[in-house]
Design a protein around this ligand. Structure first.
Ligand code: C5P
Length: 224
């Protein structure tokens, strides 16, 4: 219907940071609040989509009308995202840790005479690139985010090509923009054009994260 253009569509949305354990009491994390990803999940649901929100550790309330799967690590986020397939739409808004500790300790690491421990890191799976891989389970529309502190459009266009997704929502998170943890966002929507290195670019005004999410959900509905 006109007010529920995504009725009958399934969506998977990733949101928030991941926590990568060092030992049972310590972890590596980042400053993502999950506000933008949670708002996208709510906006897709408001347009009638059947939404699975795969959320890292956040302090936000669960959005209404959305199935929420809570995870901690990137590996768990990937498994939960793939478990939510098949889907028509995937939106990867999570700030996935790029690295995990290669061999997390089973017991708390103790201070000792040998000095501080050395952490060996291993690369985490790229959830967006994995979901965007061609194949029968690929969602029709795969959307990623790109947070950059400079050359936002150039890096975002490169990311669109490299990750294999259809759209990138690019934002400037340079110090002073207040984007991280804030309520507003100023974004550019890049859509894959005829040539991957020449995307179609729309620049949106500074909006609340809720309004960015509503516009994105409407753009998705207009495309499917
Ligand atoms: O490469 P970069 O982290 O800058 O790309 C950001 C985009 O890729 C976001 O959409 C983010 O959710 C996604 N991503 C992911 N898994 C990773 C790293 C990034 O899904 N391991």
């Amino acid at each position: 219907s006109a007010s529920k253009p995504l009725a009958g569509r399934r969506a998977v949305v990733t949101s928030g940071p991941t926590h990568e354990p060092i030992d049972p009491v310590r972890y590596i994390a980042n400053r993502s609040s999950g506000k933008q990803g949670h708002a996208v999940a709510a906006a897709l649901a408001a347009l009638g989509a059947d939404v699975t929100l795969v959320s890292g550790p956040v302090t936000l309330a669960d959005p209404m009308g959305v199935r929420v799967v809570r995870v901690e690590t990137a590996a768990e986020m990937l498994a939960a995202s793939q478990g939510a397939l098949p889907a028509d739409i995937a939106v990867c808004a999570a700030a996935v840790a790029d690295w995990r500790v290669a061999a997390a300790a089973g017991d708390k690491v103790k201070k000792g005479p040998d000095g501080p421990p050395t952490l060996t890191l291993a690369e985490n799976p790229d959830i967006l690139a994995t979901l965007a891989q061609a194949g029968p389970a690929r969602p029709r529309l795969v959307v990623g985010f790109a947070a950059e502190t400079r050359d936002v459009l150039a890096y975002a266009a490169a990311k669109l090509a490299k990750k294999g997704c259809d759209w990138i929502v690019a934002n400037d998170v340079a110090t002073g923009t207040g984007t991280f943890g804030g309520d507003d966002n100023q974004v550019h929507l890049l859509r894959r054009g005829a040539a991957p290195e020449a995307p179609l670019i729309e620049t949106w005004p500074r909006l609340s994260k809720t309004e960015v999410a509503a516009r994105l959900a409407q753009a998705i509905a207009d495309t499917l």
